[in-house]
Design a protein around this ligand. Structure first.
Ligand code: GLU
Length: 384
């Protein structure tokens, strides 16, 4: 039987709490009352010995009013300017409450690059770990003022999932401005109902996430679902609740039936595989024949050049690639032992032929099993 809400909560030692813009923003910028309420609740959690890493949005909406922008800024420079004004404001608001409770908070700003580079990833881990060791609450946000499109997370739902994976949290708790995950848009669909428990993210569930609610946040339900999927792959369950509910954290910890709980996928990945699956940025695709798909998925084998039928993308040795079936559906992410152009030459060939084709040979395997992570739940889903 799958573990339920009570099991998850009974072993809650470390939680990543993501607070959405819609929860802590007001028409004037920041909703300081909400920030104060939630921070008090976070301090209560810390007093019970639960480690909290906060991922807080709200920088852009806290800064936009000073630029005279109504609604959400549209251009990237506008967002960056607004974030530059808003980020110190949200930090000040949080810090004041932490200080009142004799606690210390720290700002950690990340870009996607910081987590895709292995050395910087480990560095970020060490920084957060040290802060927690000293009883400090890290407050993470995307480094909005400097990021360019190629290195952006873009939304804090996905960022919070990566942080939950990075820190091997027991739970990712997303505080949203809606009550949870609905089967439709509750604003216009009377049949829409809240799903209290999602055991597996199926294509049907994915289709439900098409609806997007909330005007100040970035992602709507789609990015929350992506976050739950990513966290789940890393072995971390996700709970989406309404952050404006009075005493929400206490209620969650007590196990009250709030929001939508997404269970993690059964297998827990080790730290290195979590990094490969979630933080590396795949920049190529390898297509396999049916036999190779089976060898990888069912027999847990490494990937050999002989099973490759097509290669797409300019990737280097050590880069991450999507590993796909012959139709191009990705079912794994792996680290390539050869460049895209080398694999193009040796695809379909036996290991013994590699050296005569390339003039050299690094390895027999195109991707080592240890460097490969399955990203789908079950083998049955893969069309062979
Ligand atoms: N980093 C953005 C901010 O602080 C939020 C992104 C999001 O809404 O997910 O405003």
């Amino acid at each position: 039987m799958n573990e339920g809400r009570q099991d998850i909560l009974s072993r809650l030692k470390r939680v990543v709490i993501k607070i959405g813009s819609g929860v802590i923003s007001s028409d004037e910028g920041l909703d300081e009352v909400m920030i104060s309420r939630l921070t008090e609740d976070i301090c209560d959690l810390r007093d019970r010995g639960v480690e909290v890493i906060l991922v807080s949005s709200g920088a852009v909406s806290a800064g936009r009013c000073s630029l005279g922008i109504e609604g959400r800024p549209q251009t990237i420079p506008q967002k960056q300017a607004a974030a530059a004004i808003g980020q110190p404001r949200i930090m000040r608001a949080y810090k004041e409450v932490f200080k009142r409770r004799q606690r210390v908070a720290a700002q950690v700003l990340l870009t996607r690059d910081d987590l895709s580079n292995r050395r910087r990833y480990l560095n970020a881990h060490n920084t957060l770990d040290t802060l927690l060791e000293y009883g400090v609450t890290p407050i993470v946000n995307e480094n909005d003022t400097v990021v360019v499109e190629e290195i952006r997370f873009g939304d804090n739902d996905n960022l919070s999932a990566l942080v939950a994976s990075l820190m091997a949290a027991d739970l990712l708790l997303i505080l949203s401005d809606v009550d949870g995950f609905y089967s439709g848009d509750p604003g216009c669909d009377e049949q829409a109902r809240l799903l209290p428990l999602v055991e597996r993210i199926t294509p049907e569930i994915e289709a439900m996430a098409g609806i997007s609610r909330g005007s100040l946040g970035t992602g709507g339900m789609l990015t929350k679902l992506q976050a739950a999927q990513k966290a789940g792959l890393a072995g971390v369950p996700t709970l989406i609740v309404n952050g404006r509910t009075e005493g929400v954290l206490e209620k969650v910890v007590q196990g009250q039936a709030l929001g939508s709980l997404f269970l993690a996928s059964a297998s827990k990945l080790n730290a290195r595989k979590r990094w490969i699956a979630l933080s590396m940025q795949p920049n190529g695709k390898i297509f396999l024949d049916e036999g190779a798909v089976r060898a990888v998925v069912e027999a847990g084998k490494s990937l050999l050049p002989t099973g490759i039928i097509r290669v797409e993308g300019e990737f280097g040795r050590g880069d991450a690639v999507h590993i796909c079936d012959r139709h191009g559906d990705p079912f794994a992410i792996g680290v390539a032992n050869y460049t895209g152009s080398e694999l193009e030459q040796i695809k379909g060939h036996r290991c013994a032929e590699i050296e005569s084709i390339l003039g050299y040979q690094y390895k027999d395997e195109a991707v080592y099993r240890d460097n490969l992570v399955l990203i789908r739940d079950t083998a049955e889903e893969i069309e062979v």
